[in-house]
Design a protein around this ligand. Structure first.
Ligand code: C2E
Ligand code: CA
Ligand code: CA
Ligand code: CA
Length: 272
């Protein structure tokens, strides 16, 4: 039995070492990708109820030296832990504003909005407001077309700090979306106090929605809440026309998902 215990211990410590080594190697890859400009933004279309293109969400991609893509689901959490999300987020902000500027310069794309994802750590950096201000000025973008997507994890500590910061950024004209709505624990009173402009219904509800089931009830509730709080709603992860139809019936008017388009590099963007 003692022998087994030792084996078990060795098994776990080797497994732990493997995890630590993999994380260290991913961190190095991210640092190198940043230094060598191997991050890219992909753009996923957002449509209104008539099928008109109204904007895009910018989704970050990282490429290794062989050109293989590293998914954000695997590197964002580590980037947040190591603080690398700050320089990476700076890059996203600059790249998104540069793209918005290009769109603004053409009639066909001049009113497209662009949403970027900002992690809580990035949002709470003391110079975040200054960086957003500088990026808008530098690229001369119409701030009203820039949207910042936050998850409810942005509320760390007292809510007042978050509200104050959001208001400073909103004063520039920038708008805010609450991402992955319905998956966390935030209360409705939070939602009422935070100055969001838009809610994004998490794709899990869209996927599981069926007439009268619990996801359907949640979607209906989200749409009702958004109406009473005067918030826009975007349904995420719409993959089938059945889902689209059902969402339209429930009164949803903004959509994003593979049904309308996957995230693509700017070279593959349909207009412009
Ligand atoms: P998210 O912000 O919730 O983004 C939506 C995710 O759903 C994206 O995954 C998108 O590609 C995927 N998606 C869109 N439509 C569909 C669909 O119809 N079906 C399915 N199954 N999936 C769909 P992606 O691009 O892998 O990004 C994953 C997460 O990484 C994002 O989730 C976001 O939390 C984070 N992320 C991406 N870019 C950034 C960034 O620039 N900064 C930060 N801080 N986080 C980012
Ligand atoms: Ca998002
Ligand atoms: Ca989301
Ligand atoms: Ca998400």
């Amino acid at each position: 039995a003692k022998h087994d215990g030792r084996n078990l211990h060795r098994f776990f410590s080797e497994a732990m070492q493997a995890v630590v080594a993999e994380r260290a190697s991913l961190e190095l890859k991210l640092r190198a990708a940043l230094a060598e400009n191997r991050f890219r933004l992909f753009y996923q279309p957002q449509l209104d109820s008539t099928g008109r293109l109204i904007g895009a969400e910018a989704l970050l991609r990282c490429f290794d030296t062989h050109g293989s893509m590293i998914s954000p689901a695997s590197f964002i959490p580590l980037a947040e832990e190591t603080g690398l999300i700050v320089p990476i987020g700076d890059w996203v902000l600059q790249a998104a504003c540069a793209q918005l500027r290009v769109w603004q310069a053409h009639v066909a794309t001049g009113d497209l909005s662009l949403s970027i994802n900002v992690s809580a750590k990035q949002f709470h950096q003391p110079d975040f407001v200054a960086k957003v201000t500088a990026a808008i000025e530098r690229h001369r973008v119409n701030a009203g077309l820039l949207k910042i997507e936050l998850t409810e994890s942005v509320v760390i500590g007292d809510i007042e700090t978050t509200v104050a910061r959001m208001k400073q950024i909103k004063a520039l004209g920038v708008r805010f979306a609450l991402d992955d709505f319905g998956t966390g624990y935030s209360s409705l009173s939070y939602l009422k106090r935070l100055p969001f402009d838009q809610l994004k219904i998490d794709q899990a509800f869209v996927r599981d929605m069926d007439d009268g089931n619990s996801s359907d009830a949640i979607v209906r509730a989200i749409l009702a809440i958004s109406q009473s709080l005067d918030l826009e709603v975007v349904a995420e992860g719409v993959e089938t026309s059945a889902q689209h139809e059902r969402l339209l019936q429930r009164g949803c008017v903004m959509f994003q998902g593979y049904l309308f388009g996957k995230p693509v590099p700017i070279e593959a963007w349909p207009v412009g």
